[in-house]
Structures are given as structure tokens and as C-alpha cells.
Design a protein around this ligand. Structure first.
Ligand code: PEP
Length: 260
């Protein structure tokens, strides 16, 4: 029922357009025309147009890593949803922990961006997740509740069904630490349960919820095999085409095994 989405968040990498094009070409060539899992890459803003050119004719989606909620005007340094669509974007990552914790982005701000992204016809990938201190303090569920209800406030079930969520425990991002499949599945089940309560069972069953946090070729199969994990948001391992393709292959294997 849900097709897995494997998305690569390139963050502030690579450092040249040439390297970005080469990385996109590597992923495109390796994936070919396969659509059994959905794939997207999220380069820095400045490389979006060139990467879009590379991805032409491929099923790979193009994602931005952030956007602003206003469409135009005196907002120096910002980029709008309609601009992203104009350069070929299909998705936009919102509320990544590096923005929530590094740049003070609140759930209210994320909510404004989610609504603007939907308005622009982009698929938002909304990130949520607890810090190490919050997990150790047994506040994981309270944090997820705040981020879910704040970031997704005021949405209709039909809008929610078109949003991707990414559960990314902050302590697992870029650290080499990964949530165990049991820890990840428990958080995903909690998220699915919340979606069911707020938006109804039919909508909850349609929402793709990715896991993110040091996903690599050697842990992808186990994580993606969990019933409520519908893909991966991949940082470090998306910067080398062969590593990213190995994670996609794990997604294809669990899909072929009848997971979706
Ligand atoms: C991320 O950036 O969303 C992420 C999960 O990074 P990493 O895979 O490097 O932990």
C-alpha cells in the first residue's frame, strides 16, 4: 500500500557543481528506470537546476532542503516553494533537526512551511525526532507529540496523506549510532498511532514515514523491513552513489519480499 521512499539529503555537500552533477549521474545510472521504490535526492539550492537537468528522463525526485513560507517579497536570502517548483523540485525537506536545533526553527515555523509547500504542490518531507537528553529523560513521545501536532496543525486528512514524515532521532544523525530496528519501529508505531487518532485510519495507512539516522548498506535491510518504516532519509551515505544505491537495493529487496 505504501511505496518506500529512499531520499538522499546532501546537506552542504558536495562543494562544486561538477561533483553534484557526477553524484546525480551515478545515482541515475545505477537506478535506471526502476520504480519499485521511490527515490529522491536533495542537493544544495545552488545545484538544483543542474541536478534537475541530469535527472531528466529518470524517476528520481528532486528535493530542496528547506524553503520559506512566503512566495515573494522582501525576504533576503530566502527561497520560495514556487521557485523550487520552477527549477524542477518535487519534494522539500522541512524541519530537519539541523534547522530545528542549529537554527532555532520551531514547529510553528515548520507548520507555515508545510502549508506553503503544499500550496506550491511540493511533497514536504517533515522531520521529527528527539535528542539524546530527551530520550534518556524518557521524553521521546512527548517531544514527538509536540513536533507532530505543531508541525502538522490545521491540515486536512487529504493533505496529510500527501506528506512524508521522517523520524530522525537527533542522536543518530551523522553520529554512526543507529536506532535499533526495535527502537525505530516503536517510534514509528507511535507516530502511526498518532496519525490514526488525528486523521483517521485510512489516512494514517497512506502516510509514508521514513527513518533517518546513520542509515547505511549494512543496517538498511533490517530497518526497512520493519512494518511501519517506509523508507529512509539518508545523509552521509547518500554522498557516494554506490553507498546510496546499496540502500535503495535493500529497499527493493524488502519490497520484492512483499513488505509494501
Ligand atoms: C540526515 O541528514 O537526515 C541524516 C539522517 O544523516 P545521516 O544519515 O548522516 O545520519
Amino acid at each position: 500500500m505504501r511505496t518506500l521512499l529512499i531520499a538522499g539529503n546532501w546537506k552542504l555537500n558536495p562543494t562544486t557543481a561538477e561533483a553534484a552533477v557526477a553524484l546525480a549521474e551515478g545515482v541515475k545510472t545505477g537506478l535506471g528506470t526502476a520504480t519499485d521504490v521511490h527515490v529522491a535526492v536533495a542537493p544544495p539550492f545552488v545545484f538544483l537546476s543542474q541536478v534537475d537537468g541530469v535527472l531528466e528522463g529518470s524517476p528520481i525526485g528532486l528535493s530542496a532542503q528547506d524553503m520559506y513560507w512566503e512566495n515573494s517579497g522582501a525576504f533576503t536570502g530566502e527561497v520560495s516553494g514556487s521557485m523550487l517548483v520552477d527549477v524542477g523540485c518535487t519534494h522539500v525537506i522541512l524541519g530537519h533537526s539541523e534547522r530545528r536545533h542549529g537554527m532555532g526553527e520551531t514547529s510553528d515555523i515548520v507548520n507555515r512551511k508545510v502549508k506553503a509547500a503544499l500550496e506550491a504542490k511540493l511533497i514536504p518531507i517533515v522531520c521529527i525526532g528527539e535528542t539524546k537528553e530527551e530520550r534518556l529523560g524518557e521524553r521521546t513521545e512527548a517531544v514527538l507529540l509536540e513536533q507532530l501536532s505543531g508541525s502538522l496543525a490545521g491540515l486536512a486528512p487529504e493533505q496529510m496523506a500527501g506528506i512524508v514524515l521522517a523520524y530522525e532521532p537527533v542522536w543518530a544523525i551523522g553520529t554512526g549510532l543507529t536506532a535499533t530496528p526495535e527502537q525505530a519501529q516503536a517510534a514509528h508505531a507511535f507516530i502511526r498511532d498518532w496519525l490514526t487518532k488525528v486523521f483517521g485510519e485510512a489516512t494514517a495507512a497512506r502516510v509514508v514515514v521514513q527513518y533517518g539516522g546513520s542509515v547505511k548498506a549494512d543496517n538498511a535491510l533490517q530497518l526497512l523491513g520493519c512494518p511501519d518504516i517506509d523508507g529512509a532519509l539518508v545523509g552521509g551515505a547518500s554522498l557516494k552513489a554506490s553507498d546510496f544505491l546499496a540502500i535503495i537495493k535493500a529497499g527493493q529487496e524488502v519490497t520484492a519480499g512483499g513488505k509494501a
